[in-house]
Design a protein around this ligand. Structure first.
Ligand SMILES: [Zn+2]
Length: 158
């Protein structure tokens, strides 16, 4: 038995060539300050990690972001690359008691992660807005669902 998969002839691709370019770094800096990537004035969050649906100043629709797990991943990478080398260096040179090390590293890791999570998420939303990713792409057709794989036509030959 042999099976064959055929993709549809036409697929939708974003056309951003006619739209004005957005400054990626400026949008990410504004996001880092937890401000709207469009105007830099309005707040981007309505709660700790809940992105507001619209900017309160310029009205920019912010609901189209898909930050998902990226901010948490980036925070783990950043905090891990700071805390682990320091812990290794202190252990190698001073080897203090384990209880003392845990009493320092665990709270430092926890609080630096909580401190970084919101600005990093803001920067990710800013990046997605500047690059017109996901829901920030105005040219996307209404019926095109994010993450939908084009319908596959699977035929089985006997
Ligand atoms: Zn705004």
């Amino acid at each position: 038995m042999e099976s064959r998969t055929t993709l549809p002839a036409t697929t939708w691709t974003p056309d951003v060539s006619k739209l004005p370019k957005r400054d990626v770094w400026q949008a990410m800096r504004r996001g880092l300050r937890c401000r709207c990537p469009n105007c830099g004035e309005g707040k981007i969050f309505r709660a700790f990690l809940k992105v507001a649906d619209n900017c309160s100043v310029c009205g920019q629709d912010l609901s189209g972001h898909r930050a998902d797990d990226l901010p948490a991943y980036l925070v783990i990478v950043i905090v891990g690359h700071i805390v682990v080398p320091i812990a290794l260096w202190i252990e190698t040179n001073y080897s203090p008691p384990v209880a003392l090390q845990l009493a320092i590293y665990l709270p430092v890791t926890l609080f630096s992660s909580l401190l970084l999570l919101q600005p990093i998420k803001g920067a990710v939303v800013g990046l997605q807005w500047a690059l017109r990713m996901h829901g920030f792409d105005e040219t996307r057709p209404e019926n095109e669902e994010e993450g939908t794989i084009a319908k596959l036509n699977v035929t089985t030959l006997k």
